[in-house]
Design a protein around this ligand. Structure first.
Ligand code: ADP
Ligand code: MG
Length: 321
């Protein structure tokens, strides 16, 4: 295939690609779950797609933070800042995906390399999200500890309906994938790239070009959309826990969608009642931004249906227009 024939897909994989349910959360369980999803992505690669993979990291960062908190409490170990937890999770999740993909490609005699990029994503210090941090992270605390951390460490803390106090951080919009040139160069060289893990490590530029990590989280669907826009992806595929998107999801008049246009997607999202706020709505928004920026084709489906969705047999397809 000549370089111009190459078709690039950004595949954003959801939480179910690493944790199937609350009884299967160990590292080995996550490795096995990753294996299943990577096999479906490997099929895509075998059929000629150049693929960049984005993934979530919510539960994994939760585990890392919890270990850090426990070690600090009982052994006086230093705690891990949130940006470092993000970097650690990108490394560990990337490792599981990378090794599974490499093994599959090797066994199928496909001469392709796989690389995980520790990826920073630039956010705007003036993003309004910083005025209203709302993403809870880490464990519950007693009020006295929450207030101490607020005072000494500048944390934002909130009381969570009788269960105790929790830290909350902002979820700003992604502005720029810092390692974009590297991602593009690897894709052009035929390397499968794992990037923007967990939405990327949020960094700010204080104005002097010295990027610094900050305590925030970026939505992984938004970051994957930015990536798809930035590499001019021919396809933006969001792999999640449902085969298709529905209107009136979970209601008696629920209606599964095979196909919708950009303008229909915008209309349904604006109606507010179809797509749940913290789950499907950001995916639809991510797709809207991708198509508005000139994207050609977006699909939402689950890992086991990726192949069928690519053949047009299932999934929800969103197209310009
Ligand atoms: P991920 O980890 O892939 O981001 P999420 O749980 O955030 O997964 O989002 C996927 C979930 O969104 C589905 O499992 C489903 O329960 C939920 N959902 C909300 N609204 C809809 C809708 N309109 N159609 C389909 N699924 C929806
Ligand atoms: Mg989600």
């Amino acid at each position: 295939m000549s370089p111009t024939d190459r078709k690039v897909a950004v595949v954003a994989i959801g939480g179910n690609s690493l944790i199937k349910d609350s009884k299967h959360q160990t590292v080995e369980d996550q490795y096995q779950a990753a294996k299943e999803t990577t096999y479906h992505i490997a099929d895509m690669i075998e059929s000629g797609w150049e693929v960049a993979i984005g993934h979530g990291n919510g539960p994994q960062v939760g585990f890392i933070l919890r270990r850090s908190e426990i070690a600090a409490r009982y052994e006086g170990m230093h705690e891990l800042p949130l940006d470092v937890c993000g970097a650690d999770s990108q490394g560990a999740i990337g490792y599981a995906l990378q090794q599974n993909l490499q093994n599959w490609l090797f066994q199928h005699k496909i001469n392709k390399n796989v690389a995980t990029i520790i990826t920073q994503v630039l956010v705007d210090r003036d993003d309004p999200a910083f005025q209203n941090p709302s993403k809870p992270i880490g464990g519950f605390m007693a009020e006295i500890e929450a207030k101490r951390r607020q005072e000494e460490m500048g944390w934002s803390v909130v009381e969570d309906a009788g269960r105790g106090w929790r830290r909350v951080v902002a979820s700003p919009l992604p502005k720029e994938v810092v390692e974009l040139d590297t991602v593009k160069a690897l894709l052009a060289a035929g390397v499968v790239v794992i990037t923007v893990g967990g939405g990327g490590i949020p960094v700010v530029d204080p104005g002097d070009g010295n990027y610094r990590g900050i305590a925030a989280v970026i939505d992984k669907d938004y970051a994957s959309s930015l990536l798809a826009q930035s590499v001019n992806a021919d396809l933006f595929l969001i792999s999640t826990a449902v085969e298709k998107v529905a209107l009136n999801y979970g209601k008696p008049d629920q209606q599964w969608l095979d196909r919708l246009t950009l303008s229909e997607a915008k209309r349904y999202l604006a109606e507010g009642k179809h797509f749940a706020k913290g789950s499907m709505a950001p995916k639809i928004q991510a797709i809207i931004w991708y198509l508005e920026a000139g994207g050609k084709h977006a699909i939402i489906t689950n890992p086991e249906n990726i192949g069928r969705a690519l053949r047009g047999e299932t999934g929800t397809h969103v197209l310009p227009g």
